[in-house]
Ligand binder design. Sequence first.
Ligand code: 6PG
Length: 235
Amino acid sequence: MVITYCSTPEELFRVAADMIIAEAQAAMRRNGFVTLTLSGGSTPKGLYSLLAGTDALLWERVHLLWGDERVVASDSIDSNYRMANESLISHVAIPETNVHRVKTELGAEESAADYEATIRALYGTDTPTLDVVLLGVGPDGHTASLFPGQPQLESDKLVTATPPATREPRVERITMTFRLLNRASLVIFLVSGEEKVPIVGSILSHEQEANAYPASRVKPDGRLVWAVYPSPFEP
Ligand code: 6PG
């Protein structure tokens, strides 16, 4: 595990963007394409804007996935797709067929099954290894839409639906599971916010209480990187 403590949000986004670009270029050399799994919430907006301005990625060979999505319309203010579209997708020449939006209009269960099938087909296998996965952490230690104490934490699916979340927006969610997330080549936790310092500090210190936080259960076969602002260990 690599931990990068950043002094500013701009440094946080720059560090993550550089890692994404390097891994994406390696994946494109390896497989001819790269999947970039996007995180939702608000922190990643600055990173997506930075990526939108780079010419280091061959967007026609980048496939976008989402680690989770709220079961709302794709133009809803709560949609993770909408946030990514406004900050990234609408600014780059990525083919529409490379943007794998979660089809929330199918409803929770059906869109989860549809999304799992999309990922299996993209890799042509039932055991896909995602290339680059971005995740965030909530103040309760959730990641993607894997919330503390949920039965979905133990799902053996690759993508699962969840009941209305225990945090805003309190709607049903679609989320990648640990089974899929932990097969990734590179997972980057992009974390910002004072309110997360205790949680991140606990996870990175491998404290016993951290076991209750879903984010602590992301242990990918590949590399795990935490990019954090501010540092949980600075005075
Ligand atoms: C979601 C996100 C969620 C997010 C965390 C952190 O759909 O809400 O995927 O897991 O990453 O809640 O969000 P912030 O980084 O915006 O605080």
